[in-house]
Design a protein around this ligand. Structure first.
Ligand SMILES: Cc1cc2nc3c(=O)[nH]c(=O)nc-3n(C[C@H](O)[C@H](O)[C@H](O)COP(=O)(O)OP(=O)(O)OC[C@H]3O[C@@H](n4cnc5c(N)ncnc54)[C@H](O)[C@@H]3O)c2cc1C
Length: 400
């Protein structure tokens, strides 16, 4: 690929690369790592420090969607999760950093009849995956049985939907590992470098203009998370990403109160290996780029977590934070070529599932940029697709 790179005017300050990645979050770095492993020269331009935005703030739940779903996006979620063992093993080996990928499973607590009926129907749908996974992926447990496994969950439940596939990852360690792996693979990382403009000659992308000068290259990957629509107005119409705030509470180490992820609706608790518990997360669509915690947001999380596991009432809070998920009007990511901008590739809008989707997104980007096609069905994720506001691409886009 390097040899085929068209000769672009050399910029005095910055040498050209085959691919420029805008944004050093988990999506941009996973993409850069994959491209570099396949022999391309790659530069990441990151406005702040790599992996300090949504990819740091996330809770680290890796879950792969409602088992009624069979759409192409859920196929990507499941494939990406399937790759996580190898992905994290390679990271550990290359960098010495263990991102704490754990097959912990999850317990969804069911309090109401309707929740119970929906869970029972999903358990039936999930039966068809038993052979693929070599075990039941979902089971409906009666309260006594569930509380034998997790004695600290609420006694008020009607039952538990136990998921044996869901996993967790310690995402601050994951981003540190991927950054280190990128550097080892000779990815050039330029931090404190905000991209201001994407440069074109006719419809062909030639590089970007940043506050550290011009970077030239025939391929640019847009992976700027919640900020992806702000760089170029025209691109912003094709790739419509906006920030969705999520607030998180971290609870102090306590005697292991539970080992599964415990969740109900959009509230979940992740029991980390160090004994601390991550409680997340709110989903706020109208708060713009404001990353502060609010009384209402924290109150919502703390009330729910006590309802799910009453023994948490006395556990100290260590800290709270909020991050900005890259949301889209139909809740699906934008993965693919940007029409009218030859050489511009979109890898953004991963909303609640960017951590889980990172390995497959990197793979798809490498497929498209190096091989010109991917075996994965990304037709519904295309930039510029028609979007009906308020009509989600899938009923339950999953994620955390
Ligand atoms: C509270 C919360 C909980 C979550 N929990 C989970 C979870 O459990 N599981 C899961 O799979 N997902 C989860 N997510 C979602 C997940 O974190 C995101 O989908 C994912 O991190 C998106 O990665 P990204 O690389 O696209 O974005 P980011 O991590 O936001 O990275 C984008 C990067 O681009 C940079 N940038 C922006 N503009 C420019 C510019 N002009 N020039 C240069 N750089 C620029 C930014 O500084 C940033 O570093 C959660 C998110 C939040 C907020």
């Amino acid at each position: 690929m390097s040899k085929q790179t068209p000769q672009l005017p050399m910029n005095r300050e910055n040498p050209p690369s085959d691919v420029i990645v805008i944004g050093g979050g988990i999506v941009g770095m996973s993409t850069a790592w994959q491209l570099a492993k396949e022999g391309l020269s790659v530069t990441i331009l990151e406005r702040g420090r790599c992996g300090q935005e949504a990819s740091w703030a996330g809770a680290g739940v890796l879950q792969c969607g409602n088992w009624h779903r069979r759409d192409p996006l859920v196929v990507l979620l499941r494939e990406s999760l399937r790759r996580y063992d190898a992905f994290t093993a390679e990271l550990r080996e290359q960098t010495g950093i263990d991102p704490e990928f754990i097959h912990c499973g999850s317990f969804e607590l069911l309090f109401e009849d309707q929740q119970y009926r929906m869970a029972a129907s999903e358990v039936r749908a999930a039966e068809s995956y038993r052979e693929t996974y070599g075990r039941a992926v979902l089971e409906l447990l009666p309260p006594e049985e569930a509380r034998k496994i997790e004695p600290n969950i609420s006694a008020e439940i009607l039952g538990v939907k136990a998921n044996s596939v869901n996993c967790q990852i310690r995402n601050p360690l994951l981003v540190a590992a991927v950054k280190t792996a990128c550097l080892a693979a000779k990815v050039r990382i330029v931090e404190d470098c905000s991209v201001r403009e994407i440069l074109r000659d006719g419809d062909k992308v030639t590089g970007v203009k940043s506050d550290q000068g011009t970077f030239s290259g025939p391929n640019v990957v847009l992976a700027a998370g919640s900020w992806s629509s702000l760089i170029e107005r025209e691109v912003g119409r094709l790739v419509q990403v906006y920030p969705v705030r999520g607030q998180i509470v971290l609870l102090e180490r306590s005697p292991r109160l539970f080992t599964h992820i415990v969740d109900r609706g959009k509230c979940y608790m992740v029991p980390r290996l160090d004994g601390r518990i991550v409680v997340g997360a709110t989903e706020e669509h109208e708060t713009g780029y404001d990353k502060r915690n609010t009384v209402e947001g924290l109150n919502h999380l703390l009330t729910l977590c006590q309802k799910l596991v009453p023994a948490l009432a006395g556990v100290p809070v260590v800290r709270t934070w909020a991050g900005l998920r890259p949301g889209t009007p139909d809740r699906g990511p934008y993965i693919g070529a940007v029409p009218g901008w030859r050489g511009l590739w979109s890898a953004t809008g991963h909303f609640r599932s960017g951590l889980i989707l990172a390995p497959i997104t990197g793979q798809i980007m490498a497929d498209l940029i190096i091989r010109g096609q991917t075996p994965w069905d990304i037709s519904r994720l295309a930039p510029g697709r028609e979007i009906t506001k308020g009509k989600p691409m899938v009923e339950d886009p999953s994620g955390a």
